[in-house]
Design a protein around this ligand. Structure first.
Ligand SMILES: NC(=O)c1ccc[n+]([C@@H]2O[C@H](COP(=O)([O-])OP(=O)(O)OC[C@H]3O[C@@H](n4cnc5c(N)ncnc54)[C@H](O)[C@@H]3O)[C@@H](O)[C@H]2O)c1
Length: 285
């Protein structure tokens, strides 16, 4: 299948990786040429890691990388049978991207959005045929995490649901299918925990490493809520909180410490600093 991935940032590049390994021809599009170079190197390096861990052979690694094309050119998406949108969490931007791409895709193409929280019904209402739209919510890092939330918009057709669930199984992930409610099942709970952890940092309960250790060692979370916020991106978490506050009320009010860090460009792992300083891909605790 020809899969178009829109946006080559944190999520788009790993979704492209997953689809290429599963045997799909992937066109990864971004508006920023430099991001595309980084994205390809990132995928190549993670594929090398899979070879080292004997999850892939060298031949499979090379074939997956050959199936991945990066481009800024919209026409390169022509005829794609699936598009997965992974541009920033802004409904106007998502509408602009999907409206532009819609006419170029195959007539029956499935259109997925990787939104973490926005209404899938609203994201998809710009499509010529919104019944082809569905949420395909991958988790970070998408090439490792086993879950994809399939989110059904008000107008998502039964056919689109089946296509989405079978695509998720085909790329080796487990689907949970949820209705279109703010934050779905995962982000709403995950963000609530992260938000409370940030308030605890603000009020001096403990430092980030100790708060994270409490959840990791006391509750068996593989990663504490503040480290996870750094991995996800503080800007991404802020966008989600602002939307959930609008939809669900003041309990999702973004903490000041989060706003301050975002304003200062401390966006987490991708910028080398968030709640932690990051060196060689690891937080300094
Ligand atoms: N970061 C996470 O952990 C995470 C997890 C699950 C879901 N999500 C969701 O995935 C989406 C993407 O998040 P991200 O963290 O990858 O963002 P990001 O900021 O890392 O990447 C977004 C990319 O989109 C590109 N872009 C902007 N405008 C574009 C356009 N018109 N056409 C094509 N590309 C364009 C940017 O250049 C950037 O490379 C968001 O909806 C977010 O909520 C994020």
């Amino acid at each position: 299948m020809h899969v178009a991935v829109l946006g080559a940032g944190t999520m788009g590049r790993d979704i492209a990786h997953v689809c290429a390994v599963a045997g799909h021809e992937v066109t990864l599009r971004d508006v920023d040429e430099s991001v595309l170079g980084e994205a390809r190197d990132h995928v190549a390096s993670n594929l090398d890691g899979s070879v080292e861990r004997e999850k892939l052979t060298k031949v499979e690694r090379d074939a997956a990388l050959d199936r991945l094309t990066t481009t800024t050119d919209l026409d390169a998406l022509a005829g794609a049978e699936l598009a997965v949108e992974a541009v920033p969490e802004d409904i106007d931007l998502k509408h602009a991207v999907l409206s532009e791409v819609d006419p170029v895709l195959d007539d029956d193409a499935l259109v997925g959005t990787n939104t973490s929280s926005l209404s899938v019904t609203s994201v998809m209402d710009c499509l010529d045929d919104p019944s082809r739209g569905v949420g395909l919510h991958f988790f970070n890092p998408a090439y490792i995490m086993g879950l994809v939330e399939v989110v059904l918009g008000e107008r998502t057709s039964e056919g689109a649901r089946e296509q989405a669930e079978s695509f998720v199984a085909d790329v080796g992930k487990e689907a949970v299918t949820v209705t279109d409610t703010p934050g779905f099942a995962s982000s709403r709970l995950g963000v609530a925990l992260g938000c409370e952890a940030m308030r605890m940092v603000e009020s001096g309960v403990a430092d980030p490493a100790d708060i994270d250790a409490a959840m990791e060692l006391g509750y068996r979370h593989p990663m504490g809520p503040l480290e996870l916020t750094d991995v996800v991106g503080l800007d991404v978490r802020l966008d989600i909180l602002e939307y959930l506050r609008e939809e669900l009320g003041e309990r999702f009010k973004p903490p000041q410490v989060l706003k301050r860090k975002v304003r200062a460009g401390k966006l987490g792992k991708k910028r080398g600093e968030g709640f932690y300083v990051w060196e060689d891909g690891e937080p300094v605790k």
